[in-house]
Design a protein around this ligand. Structure first.
Ligand code: AMP
Length: 173
């Protein structure tokens, strides 16, 4: 039984480019107890909140997102990179340090009566999660919160998320 889950997250310097301290969650995924405890800890703040869908962001939001959805009794909806989803989509673009990026969601993936939790492994600048929130709003669904494994607090990502929406991060650096 792990005493501290954050011991299973390792920092890889200069990946994928110089200056980035990459938070690698693969050791945590590989440990059976750490994996289960992490999923349960992610779900805990949102139990009883009526969540009907977890939106997971490509790619690492696809790993714990479905486990989180299952623990909450919710369905899972992927938010993907452009051109990957086969049916009609909605898209939202967001600023990167240089240029922009885009995520897409199936246009019929969320309904007006859905109560949605947005999940990703890491929040850095917050642009990706904010774009996912925009897609939830365009679907007319209720955004109930954001769930991250790791928050890089020094980048202030939560300041670009919709105000008043709960943000839960398991580990803050
Ligand atoms: P952002 O839009 O800046 O909040 O970036 C969030 C996305 O980039 C997430 O999908 C993360 O998986 C990834 N990401 C950004 N910075 C890191 C980092 N230092 N370590 C691991 N993943 C990161």
């Amino acid at each position: 039984m792990p005493t501290s889950l954050d011991a299973f997250i390792r920092t890889i310097a200069d990946f994928p480019k110089p200056g980035i301290q990459f938070k690698d969650i693969t050791p945590l995924l590989a440990d059976p107890d750490a994996l289960r405890q992490t999923a349960e800890a992610l779900a805990a703040p949102f139990q009883g909140k009526g969540i009907t869908k977890v939106v997971g962001i490509e790619a690492r939001g696809f790993i714990l997102g479905p486990m989180l959805a299952s623990l909450l009794g919710a369905g899972f909806v992927p938010a993907r990179k452009p051109g990957k989803l086969p049916a009609a989509t909605r898209s939202a673009s967001y600023a990167l340090e240089y240029g922009t990026d885009t995520i897409e969601m199936h246009a019929d993936a969320l309904a007006a009566d859905d109560v949605v939790l947005v999940h990703d492994d890491v929040i850095a600048t917050g642009g990706t999660a904010a774009a996912a929130a925009q897609l939830v709003a365009e679907a007319g669904s209720t955004l109930a919160g954001f769930s991250f494994l790791v928050e890089l607090a020094f980048l202030d990502g939560r300041t670009v998320l919709p105000p008043e929406t709960p943000v839960a991060s398991l580990f803050t650096y």
